[in-house]
Design a protein around this ligand. Sequence first.
Ligand SMILES: Nc1nc2c(ncn2[C@@H]2O[C@H](COP(=O)(O)OP(=O)(O)OP(=O)(O)O)[C@@H](O)[C@H]2O)c(=O)[nH]1
Ligand SMILES: [Mg+2]
Length: 349
Amino acid sequence: MPPEWGPTVGSRDSFAVVGLGGAGSEAVHDLVRLGMPGVHAFAVNTDRRHLANIQVDQRILLGERQLRGRGSAGDRPAVLAAAEDAKEELVRRLSRFEIVFLLAGLGGGTGSALLPYIARELRRTDALPVPVAFLPFQVELDTNSNRRENTTDAIEELEGMGGLLLALSNEKLRRFESLPLHHVFQLRNTYVHNLVTSLVDMVEAPSQLNVDLASLKSHLDDAGISTLLQAEYHISEPERLVQQALSESLLDFRLTGAPSALVHLDGGSNFTLRTLDRIVRTVRFHLGEPRRLLLGTRMHPEAREVVRLTAVVGGLRPTAIHDAVAPNGSKPSNPLAPSARMPRLESRP
Ligand SMILES: Nc1nc2c(ncn2[C@@H]2O[C@H](COP(=O)(O)OP(=O)(O)OP(=O)(O)O)[C@@H](O)[C@H]2O)c(=O)[nH]1
Ligand SMILES: [Mg+2]
Protein backbone atom coordinates (compact mmCIF):
# COMPACT_ATOMS: atom_id res chain seq x y z
CA MET A 1 0.00 0.00 0.00
CA PRO A 2 1.54 3.35 -0.98
CA PRO A 3 2.34 5.94 1.74
CA GLU A 4 -0.08 8.48 0.17
CA TRP A 5 -2.98 6.18 0.87
CA GLY A 6 -5.48 8.03 3.05
CA PRO A 7 -8.77 7.14 4.66
CA THR A 8 -11.90 7.28 2.53
CA VAL A 9 -13.78 10.56 2.75
CA GLY A 10 -17.24 11.21 4.19
CA SER A 11 -19.79 8.88 5.74
CA ARG A 12 -20.47 7.03 2.52
CA ASP A 13 -17.31 5.88 0.76
CA SER A 14 -16.91 8.41 -1.95
CA PHE A 15 -14.72 7.26 -4.81
CA ALA A 16 -13.45 4.06 -6.36
CA VAL A 17 -11.24 3.19 -9.32
CA VAL A 18 -11.83 -0.28 -10.73
CA GLY A 19 -9.54 -2.01 -13.25
CA LEU A 20 -11.31 -4.55 -15.46
CA GLY A 21 -9.23 -7.18 -17.30
CA GLY A 22 -5.49 -6.97 -17.93
CA ALA A 23 -5.03 -3.47 -19.32
CA GLY A 24 -7.59 -1.92 -16.95
CA SER A 25 -5.96 -3.52 -13.91
CA GLU A 26 -2.50 -2.36 -14.98
CA ALA A 27 -3.84 1.16 -15.38
CA VAL A 28 -5.33 1.12 -11.86
CA HIS A 29 -2.02 -0.20 -10.54
CA ASP A 30 -0.34 2.90 -12.04
CA LEU A 31 -3.02 5.23 -10.67
CA VAL A 32 -2.45 3.86 -7.17
CA ARG A 33 1.30 4.31 -7.60
CA LEU A 34 0.77 7.95 -8.60
CA GLY A 35 -1.26 8.51 -5.41
CA MET A 36 -5.03 8.52 -5.00
CA PRO A 37 -5.70 9.65 -1.43
CA GLY A 38 -9.15 8.63 -0.28
CA VAL A 39 -9.91 6.63 -3.41
CA HIS A 40 -10.55 2.90 -3.04
CA ALA A 41 -8.88 0.71 -5.70
CA PHE A 42 -10.19 -2.57 -7.10
CA ALA A 43 -9.08 -4.98 -9.80
CA VAL A 44 -11.49 -7.43 -11.43
CA ASN A 45 -10.19 -10.08 -13.80
CA THR A 46 -10.71 -13.62 -15.05
CA ASP A 47 -6.94 -14.19 -14.94
CA ARG A 48 -5.75 -15.25 -11.48
CA ARG A 49 -2.04 -14.85 -12.09
CA HIS A 50 -2.38 -11.38 -13.56
CA LEU A 51 -4.65 -10.29 -10.72
CA ALA A 52 -2.14 -11.38 -8.06
CA ASN A 53 0.42 -8.84 -9.32
CA ILE A 54 -1.86 -5.81 -9.16
CA GLN A 55 -1.51 -3.47 -6.18
CA VAL A 56 -5.05 -2.61 -5.05
CA ASP A 57 -7.26 -2.76 -1.97
CA GLN A 58 -9.46 -5.53 -3.30
CA ARG A 59 -9.04 -8.11 -6.05
CA ILE A 60 -12.03 -9.90 -7.52
CA LEU A 61 -11.57 -13.06 -9.59
CA LEU A 62 -14.54 -13.78 -11.85
CA GLY A 63 -15.64 -16.89 -13.71
CA GLU A 64 -13.57 -19.53 -11.93
CA ARG A 65 -16.17 -22.10 -12.91
CA GLN A 66 -16.26 -21.20 -16.60
CA LEU A 67 -12.69 -19.98 -17.17
CA ARG A 68 -10.64 -21.63 -14.39
CA GLY A 69 -8.75 -18.45 -13.56
CA ARG A 70 -6.90 -18.43 -16.88
CA GLY A 71 -8.39 -15.37 -18.57
CA SER A 72 -10.97 -15.51 -21.33
CA ALA A 73 -8.71 -15.35 -24.43
CA GLY A 74 -11.14 -12.90 -26.03
CA ASP A 75 -14.33 -14.82 -25.14
CA ARG A 76 -16.64 -11.93 -24.29
CA PRO A 77 -19.81 -14.09 -23.99
CA ALA A 78 -18.10 -16.34 -21.41
CA VAL A 79 -17.13 -13.29 -19.34
CA LEU A 80 -20.66 -11.91 -19.57
CA ALA A 81 -21.97 -15.23 -18.22
CA ALA A 82 -19.45 -15.06 -15.37
CA ALA A 83 -20.45 -11.46 -14.62
CA GLU A 84 -24.10 -12.47 -14.52
CA ASP A 85 -23.26 -15.11 -11.90
CA ALA A 86 -21.39 -12.53 -9.81
CA LYS A 87 -23.77 -9.61 -10.41
CA GLU A 88 -25.09 -9.24 -6.87
CA GLU A 89 -21.63 -9.38 -5.36
CA LEU A 90 -20.20 -6.85 -7.83
CA VAL A 91 -23.07 -4.42 -7.33
CA ARG A 92 -22.94 -4.81 -3.56
CA ARG A 93 -19.21 -4.03 -3.43
CA LEU A 94 -19.23 -1.13 -5.91
CA SER A 95 -22.56 0.65 -5.43
CA ARG A 96 -21.56 2.01 -2.01
CA PHE A 97 -19.32 4.59 -3.71
CA GLU A 98 -20.48 7.96 -5.04
CA ILE A 99 -18.36 7.85 -8.20
CA VAL A 100 -16.92 4.64 -9.65
CA PHE A 101 -14.26 5.00 -12.36
CA LEU A 102 -14.21 1.81 -14.46
CA LEU A 103 -11.06 1.30 -16.52
CA ALA A 104 -10.63 -1.29 -19.29
CA GLY A 105 -8.67 -1.90 -22.47
CA LEU A 106 -11.16 -2.94 -25.16
CA GLY A 107 -10.58 -5.78 -27.58
CA GLY A 108 -10.01 -8.68 -25.17
CA GLY A 109 -12.88 -10.62 -23.61
CA THR A 110 -12.76 -9.52 -19.98
CA GLY A 111 -12.52 -5.71 -20.14
CA SER A 112 -14.83 -5.47 -23.17
CA ALA A 113 -17.51 -7.50 -21.40
CA LEU A 114 -17.23 -6.00 -17.93
CA LEU A 115 -16.98 -2.31 -18.80
CA PRO A 116 -20.51 -1.89 -20.24
CA TYR A 117 -21.94 -4.60 -18.00
CA ILE A 118 -20.84 -3.05 -14.69
CA ALA A 119 -21.55 0.51 -15.92
CA ARG A 120 -25.13 -0.49 -16.72
CA GLU A 121 -25.66 -2.24 -13.39
CA LEU A 122 -24.27 0.73 -11.44
CA ARG A 123 -26.49 3.14 -13.32
CA ARG A 124 -29.43 1.41 -11.64
CA THR A 125 -27.99 2.42 -8.24
CA ASP A 126 -27.05 5.78 -6.69
CA ALA A 127 -23.42 5.40 -7.76
CA LEU A 128 -22.19 7.36 -10.77
CA PRO A 129 -20.16 5.07 -13.08
CA VAL A 130 -17.47 6.73 -15.21
CA PRO A 131 -16.26 4.29 -17.89
CA VAL A 132 -12.70 4.86 -19.13
CA ALA A 133 -12.10 2.83 -22.30
CA PHE A 134 -8.70 2.30 -23.91
CA LEU A 135 -9.27 1.65 -27.60
CA PRO A 136 -6.89 -0.83 -29.27
CA PHE A 137 -4.29 0.07 -31.88
CA GLN A 138 -5.60 0.15 -35.43
CA VAL A 139 -3.42 -2.78 -36.40
CA GLU A 140 -5.06 -4.96 -33.74
CA LEU A 141 -8.47 -4.11 -35.14
CA ASP A 142 -7.43 -4.58 -38.76
CA THR A 143 -5.89 -7.97 -38.15
CA ASN A 144 -8.20 -9.55 -35.59
CA SER A 145 -11.95 -9.62 -36.21
CA ASN A 146 -12.66 -10.87 -32.68
CA ARG A 147 -10.90 -7.83 -31.19
CA ARG A 148 -12.79 -5.53 -33.53
CA GLU A 149 -16.13 -7.12 -32.66
CA ASN A 150 -15.45 -7.01 -28.90
CA THR A 151 -14.43 -3.36 -29.18
CA THR A 152 -17.36 -2.16 -31.29
CA ASP A 153 -19.91 -4.12 -29.25
CA ALA A 154 -18.59 -2.60 -26.02
CA ILE A 155 -18.53 0.93 -27.44
CA GLU A 156 -22.02 0.64 -28.88
CA GLU A 157 -23.37 -0.42 -25.50
CA LEU A 158 -21.50 2.35 -23.68
CA GLU A 159 -22.61 5.05 -26.09
CA GLY A 160 -26.19 3.80 -25.85
CA MET A 161 -26.15 4.46 -22.10
CA GLY A 162 -25.15 8.14 -22.34
CA GLY A 163 -23.46 9.79 -19.36
CA LEU A 164 -19.76 10.28 -18.88
CA LEU A 165 -17.62 8.18 -21.20
CA LEU A 166 -13.87 8.68 -21.49
CA ALA A 167 -12.41 6.96 -24.55
CA LEU A 168 -8.69 7.04 -25.16
CA SER A 169 -7.48 5.66 -28.45
CA ASN A 170 -4.11 3.91 -28.50
CA GLU A 171 -3.63 5.47 -31.94
CA LYS A 172 -3.25 8.88 -30.31
CA LEU A 173 -0.26 7.50 -28.41
CA ARG A 174 1.62 7.32 -31.73
CA ARG A 175 2.86 10.82 -31.00
CA PHE A 176 5.14 9.12 -28.45
CA GLU A 177 6.22 6.37 -30.83
CA SER A 178 9.93 6.71 -30.11
CA LEU A 179 9.40 5.81 -26.42
CA PRO A 180 9.25 2.26 -25.01
CA LEU A 181 5.68 0.95 -25.02
CA HIS A 182 5.39 0.50 -21.26
CA HIS A 183 6.50 4.11 -20.82
CA VAL A 184 3.85 5.26 -23.29
CA PHE A 185 1.13 3.42 -21.34
CA GLN A 186 2.47 5.05 -18.16
CA LEU A 187 2.18 8.50 -19.77
CA ARG A 188 -1.39 7.72 -20.74
CA ASN A 189 -2.13 6.51 -17.22
CA THR A 190 -0.70 9.75 -15.80
CA TYR A 191 -3.10 11.62 -18.05
CA VAL A 192 -5.99 9.48 -16.74
CA HIS A 193 -4.77 10.09 -13.18
CA ASN A 194 -5.04 13.85 -13.79
CA LEU A 195 -8.60 13.45 -15.08
CA VAL A 196 -9.69 11.29 -12.17
CA THR A 197 -8.17 13.50 -9.48
CA SER A 198 -9.60 16.63 -11.14
CA LEU A 199 -13.13 15.27 -11.08
CA VAL A 200 -12.74 14.06 -7.50
CA ASP A 201 -11.40 17.48 -6.43
CA MET A 202 -14.16 19.28 -8.30
CA VAL A 203 -17.01 17.58 -6.47
CA GLU A 204 -15.30 17.13 -3.14
CA ALA A 205 -13.57 20.34 -2.07
CA PRO A 206 -15.77 23.30 -1.13
CA SER A 207 -15.89 26.15 -3.66
CA GLN A 208 -17.11 29.70 -4.01
CA LEU A 209 -19.26 28.81 -6.99
CA ASN A 210 -19.99 25.27 -6.02
CA VAL A 211 -20.11 22.25 -8.29
CA ASP A 212 -21.05 19.34 -6.10
CA LEU A 213 -21.98 15.77 -6.91
CA ALA A 214 -25.68 16.60 -7.19
CA SER A 215 -25.05 19.36 -9.72
CA LEU A 216 -22.70 17.12 -11.70
CA LYS A 217 -25.32 14.38 -11.81
CA SER A 218 -28.12 16.69 -12.87
CA HIS A 219 -25.87 18.22 -15.53
CA LEU A 220 -25.10 14.73 -16.88
CA ASP A 221 -28.77 13.70 -16.89
CA ASP A 222 -29.45 16.20 -19.60
CA ALA A 223 -26.15 16.15 -21.49
CA GLY A 224 -26.20 12.92 -23.53
CA ILE A 225 -22.76 11.40 -23.97
CA SER A 226 -20.19 13.52 -22.13
CA THR A 227 -16.45 13.63 -21.78
CA LEU A 228 -14.11 15.07 -19.19
CA LEU A 229 -11.35 17.54 -20.04
CA GLN A 230 -8.61 18.91 -17.87
CA ALA A 231 -5.75 21.39 -18.28
CA GLU A 232 -3.49 23.66 -16.30
CA TYR A 233 -1.95 26.83 -17.64
CA HIS A 234 -0.34 30.09 -16.55
CA ILE A 235 -2.87 32.66 -15.36
CA SER A 236 -1.63 35.23 -17.90
CA GLU A 237 -2.95 33.18 -20.85
CA PRO A 238 -6.49 32.03 -20.09
CA GLU A 239 -7.22 31.40 -23.79
CA ARG A 240 -4.36 28.90 -23.96
CA LEU A 241 -5.78 27.12 -20.93
CA VAL A 242 -9.01 26.38 -22.79
CA GLN A 243 -7.24 25.53 -26.04
CA GLN A 244 -4.99 23.11 -24.23
CA ALA A 245 -7.92 21.30 -22.61
CA LEU A 246 -9.65 20.92 -25.96
CA SER A 247 -6.89 20.35 -28.44
CA GLU A 248 -4.21 18.46 -26.55
CA SER A 249 -6.55 15.84 -25.26
CA LEU A 250 -5.76 12.16 -25.62
CA LEU A 251 -9.49 11.52 -25.58
CA ASP A 252 -11.60 10.69 -28.60
CA PHE A 253 -14.73 12.74 -28.99
CA ARG A 254 -16.66 14.84 -31.46
CA LEU A 255 -19.32 17.36 -30.59
CA THR A 256 -22.80 17.83 -31.92
CA GLY A 257 -23.97 21.33 -32.80
CA ALA A 258 -25.50 21.84 -29.36
CA PRO A 259 -23.04 20.85 -26.66
CA SER A 260 -23.32 21.69 -23.00
CA ALA A 261 -20.49 22.29 -20.57
CA LEU A 262 -19.80 22.30 -16.89
CA VAL A 263 -16.59 24.26 -16.34
CA HIS A 264 -14.75 24.33 -13.05
CA LEU A 265 -11.77 26.60 -12.39
CA ASP A 266 -9.27 26.30 -9.64
CA GLY A 267 -7.04 29.32 -9.02
CA GLY A 268 -5.55 31.66 -6.42
CA SER A 269 -6.34 35.06 -4.86
CA ASN A 270 -4.98 36.76 -8.00
CA PHE A 271 -7.68 35.20 -10.19
CA THR A 272 -9.78 38.13 -11.45
CA LEU A 273 -13.20 38.50 -12.96
CA ARG A 274 -11.50 39.55 -16.18
CA THR A 275 -9.63 36.21 -16.31
CA LEU A 276 -12.92 34.42 -15.72
CA ASP A 277 -14.54 36.37 -18.57
CA ARG A 278 -11.70 35.52 -20.95
CA ILE A 279 -12.00 31.82 -20.11
CA VAL A 280 -15.76 31.77 -20.51
CA ARG A 281 -15.55 33.66 -23.80
CA THR A 282 -13.00 31.17 -25.16
CA VAL A 283 -15.09 28.18 -24.04
CA ARG A 284 -18.15 29.65 -25.76
CA PHE A 285 -16.16 30.31 -28.91
CA HIS A 286 -14.76 26.78 -29.12
CA LEU A 287 -17.99 25.01 -28.28
CA GLY A 288 -19.96 27.05 -30.80
CA GLU A 289 -22.24 28.63 -28.19
CA PRO A 290 -23.09 25.80 -25.80
CA ARG A 291 -26.78 25.47 -25.06
CA ARG A 292 -25.96 25.33 -21.35
CA LEU A 293 -22.87 26.43 -19.43
CA LEU A 294 -22.54 25.76 -15.72
CA LEU A 295 -19.66 27.46 -13.97
CA GLY A 296 -17.84 26.56 -10.77
CA THR A 297 -14.80 28.21 -9.17
CA ARG A 298 -12.52 27.54 -6.26
CA MET A 299 -10.14 30.34 -5.30
CA HIS A 300 -7.42 29.53 -2.81
CA PRO A 301 -6.35 32.20 -0.29
CA GLU A 302 -2.80 32.46 -1.67
CA ALA A 303 -1.85 33.79 -5.13
CA ARG A 304 -1.31 31.08 -7.77
CA GLU A 305 0.48 31.30 -11.09
CA VAL A 306 -1.43 28.37 -12.52
CA VAL A 307 -5.14 27.97 -13.18
CA ARG A 308 -6.64 24.51 -13.48
CA LEU A 309 -9.66 23.89 -15.66
CA THR A 310 -11.84 20.80 -15.37
CA ALA A 311 -14.72 20.54 -17.82
CA VAL A 312 -17.50 18.05 -18.40
CA VAL A 313 -18.54 18.58 -22.00
CA GLY A 314 -21.77 16.96 -23.12
CA GLY A 315 -23.50 16.47 -26.43
CA LEU A 316 -21.01 14.15 -28.09
CA ARG A 317 -21.98 12.39 -31.29
CA PRO A 318 -22.94 8.80 -30.55
CA THR A 319 -20.73 7.69 -33.43
CA ALA A 320 -17.74 9.71 -32.27
CA ILE A 321 -15.92 6.90 -30.58
CA HIS A 322 -16.93 4.51 -33.31
CA ASP A 323 -15.00 6.75 -35.67
CA ALA A 324 -11.88 6.14 -33.67
CA VAL A 325 -12.06 2.45 -34.50
CA ALA A 326 -13.42 2.81 -38.03
CA PRO A 327 -11.44 0.92 -40.68
CA ASN A 328 -8.53 2.95 -42.06
CA GLY A 329 -9.53 5.59 -44.57
CA SER A 330 -13.12 6.04 -43.40
CA LYS A 331 -12.33 8.30 -40.46
CA PRO A 332 -13.74 11.80 -40.42
CA SER A 333 -11.44 14.40 -38.95
CA ASN A 334 -11.95 15.39 -35.35
CA PRO A 335 -12.78 19.09 -35.29
CA LEU A 336 -11.70 19.58 -31.71
CA ALA A 337 -8.62 17.45 -31.40
CA PRO A 338 -6.44 18.44 -34.34
CA SER A 339 -3.23 19.01 -32.45
CA ALA A 340 -0.22 16.82 -32.94
CA ARG A 341 1.66 18.65 -30.20
CA MET A 342 2.89 16.89 -27.13
CA PRO A 343 0.30 17.13 -24.36
CA ARG A 344 1.49 18.11 -20.92
CA LEU A 345 1.40 14.79 -19.19
CA GLU A 346 3.17 15.46 -15.94
CA SER A 347 1.26 14.77 -12.79
CA ARG A 348 0.04 17.66 -10.70
CA PRO A 349 1.99 18.36 -7.50
N1 LIG B 1 -1.33 -4.95 -21.37
C1 LIG B 1 -1.84 -3.75 -21.68
N2 LIG B 1 -2.69 -3.69 -22.72
C2 LIG B 1 -3.24 -2.50 -23.02
C3 LIG B 1 -2.91 -1.35 -22.26
N3 LIG B 1 -3.62 -0.34 -22.76
C4 LIG B 1 -4.36 -0.81 -23.76
N4 LIG B 1 -4.15 -2.12 -23.94
C5 LIG B 1 -4.95 -2.89 -24.88
O1 LIG B 1 -5.97 -3.57 -24.13
C6 LIG B 1 -6.61 -4.46 -24.97
C7 LIG B 1 -7.25 -5.55 -24.15
O2 LIG B 1 -6.27 -6.43 -23.62
P1 LIG B 1 -6.40 -7.07 -22.17
O3 LIG B 1 -6.73 -6.04 -21.17
O4 LIG B 1 -5.14 -7.85 -21.97
O5 LIG B 1 -7.65 -8.06 -22.33
P2 LIG B 1 -8.60 -8.57 -21.16
O6 LIG B 1 -9.64 -7.55 -20.91
O7 LIG B 1 -7.78 -9.01 -20.00
O8 LIG B 1 -9.38 -9.79 -21.84
P3 LIG B 1 -8.95 -11.34 -21.98
O9 LIG B 1 -7.51 -11.47 -21.59
O10 LIG B 1 -9.22 -11.65 -23.42
O11 LIG B 1 -9.86 -12.07 -21.08
C8 LIG B 1 -5.58 -4.87 -25.97
O12 LIG B 1 -6.08 -4.59 -27.24
C9 LIG B 1 -4.36 -3.96 -25.69
O13 LIG B 1 -3.91 -3.37 -26.88
C10 LIG B 1 -2.00 -1.46 -21.16
O14 LIG B 1 -1.71 -0.52 -20.43
N5 LIG B 1 -1.48 -2.67 -20.93
MG1 LIG C 1 -6.60 -10.80 -19.81
